[in-house]
Design a protein around this ligand. Sequence first.
Ligand SMILES: *[C@@H]1O[C@H](CO)[C@@H](O)[C@H](O)[C@H]1NC(C)=O
Ligand SMILES: *[C@@H]1O[C@H](CO)[C@@H](O)[C@H](O)[C@H]1NC(C)=O
Ligand SMILES: *[C@@H]1O[C@H](CO)[C@@H](O)[C@H](O)[C@H]1NC(C)=O
Ligand SMILES: *[C@@H]1O[C@H](CO)[C@@H](O)[C@H](O)[C@H]1NC(C)=O
Length: 540
Amino acid sequence: MKPLNLHCVIFPHTCQYCPFITCHNRKTMSKTVFLLVIFHLLVDVRFFVYGVVDEYRRDDFPDEFVFGSGTSAYQVEGAVLEDGRSFSIWDTFAHSGVPSYHGKNGDIACDGYHKYKEDIQLIADTGLEAYRFSISWSRLIPSGRGSVNLKGLQFYNDFINRLLAHGIEPHVTLHHFDLPQILADEYGGWTSKKSVKDFVAYADVCFREFGDRVLHWTTFNEGNMFALGGYDYGFSPPGRCSFPFGFHCSKGNSTIEPYLVAHHSLLAHASAVRLYRQKYKAMQHGFVGMNILGFWFEPYTNTMEDVKAAQRASDFYSGWFLNPLVNGDYPEIMKRNAGNRIPTFTKLESESIKGSFDFLGINHYSTLYAKDNSISLEMDTRDVDADMAVRYTFGKGNEIIPPQFPVAPLGLQKLLNYVKEEYGNPPIYIHENGQQLPHNGTLMDTPRVEYLHAYIGALLDAVRNGSNTKGYFVWSFLDLFEVIDGYTSSYGLYYVDMDDKELTRYPKLSARWYADFLKGKNVSTIIPNYMVKDSFSSSR
Ligand SMILES: *[C@@H]1O[C@H](CO)[C@@H](O)[C@H](O)[C@H]1NC(C)=O
Ligand SMILES: *[C@@H]1O[C@H](CO)[C@@H](O)[C@H](O)[C@H]1NC(C)=O
Ligand SMILES: *[C@@H]1O[C@H](CO)[C@@H](O)[C@H](O)[C@H]1NC(C)=O
Ligand SMILES: *[C@@H]1O[C@H](CO)[C@@H](O)[C@H](O)[C@H]1NC(C)=O
């Protein structure tokens, strides 16, 4: 049996890539929206229920906790060849005919490069306390290394200054799937250790130029998904993979590249942190962290095999990065199953990675069931999925997946509790959390409001239960160019009509709901009656 690729489960509308599941065409998929209610009746209600249904408000969180929302450079800026910017690997990927992008790309996106003044006004009007965005490396340093593009520098300086003028904290990501293409051409990008040096030089420029005003730096967005999506499955930039894994890439090697790329990302991260601590920390007093995509995994059954599978899934997804960052090495199970395909850290590297963070960033969307698939370990050639030996489902005995995530806020509580107990309760920012819905023009995104209400409530429970979580960011502020499917789905608080030349931003219900919350109002929401409080729910 072939392993069931996680992304095929989560983004079934991209399933023309997914050889291991029945592929519904788009028309069928849109029908599944209407099957949603049926889905909710079919899934195991013991798990997919709200953990929290109470009213709560901003004041229930500590004062120093920050609430915000975010975007990333390639996804909103557009202006891809303007004012000296060069292509990143994401530009190249988007122009390579990715089926789920339907011929679209980020050439214009939300035109954020030109509309940033009005966007920052909107950010302020919404009442965001912090804003998460990323710097486009190829806009700041178009040759990948060397001279700084003054136009790019000016853009980000003005962006940061305007946020600060409105009292909004900038939280900046350095690498959001967008290495300069020129470095990929020169030496293979993140598959080569040469990337480490160039990344640190780029980080140095950012700390030097912006660090007097930016206190929160994230080196990598979703280090784990960048390695998996980009180099094993091949359906996120740079789109590399090899047969029989991934989705018909022309180049790549799914058996070794994901491990190499993760390894180099960790080394680059640790070197950037060392640089910050030696050169900038005393003057700037900022914080540097790394971000991963963090799911919560429930065992499919309570058999020992599935319980171990869920643990293995956590080790391969989160432990891959968290274990080196906290303990200085990869989880034992990864080293055992990947053998000599996973690189080893020298003693010096291990020491430099261990403790090289001031916070961890977690992007959390949903919970999955994990089912043992140990048979994949018998394959002669294995990728990360086969080494992990887990199959995933959103529900039980149900292959119909709606285009939106099941609302499983208890999974967030469990994940935060797991990080607390397993990794010494480090400071955490939930950098992304939000509901995927069709990008179809409706401003009544009630399912998103329900989702956010449930997850922020769960977060409050987790904080009250001792999690050291310090902030939360809704993904995303605007409808933007999504990494998996371009403009097909949306997560935005604000709707953007990509066919309208003006690219006007319209507030959705979720923007109004979040603004009410941020302005201190009690929030409660319509709780659909198929969501019932269950025995797992913790009480407040
Ligand atoms: C707000 O919610 C709290 C519970 O979190 C409740 O005790 C209080 O009465 C509510 N206040 C208003 C004005 O509704
Ligand atoms: C991937 O790399 C390994 C190790 O270098 C090699 O044995 C294998 O043949 C490569 N696979 C492909 C598809 O190139
Ligand atoms: C858009 O998607 C929502 C689901 O979020 C659905 O309820 C609505 O009917 C759709 N609207 C159109 C015009 O297709
Ligand atoms: C709350 O924290 C305790 C102690 O770490 C833990 O045993 C418990 O499972 C946590 N509850 C939740 C809902 O995470």
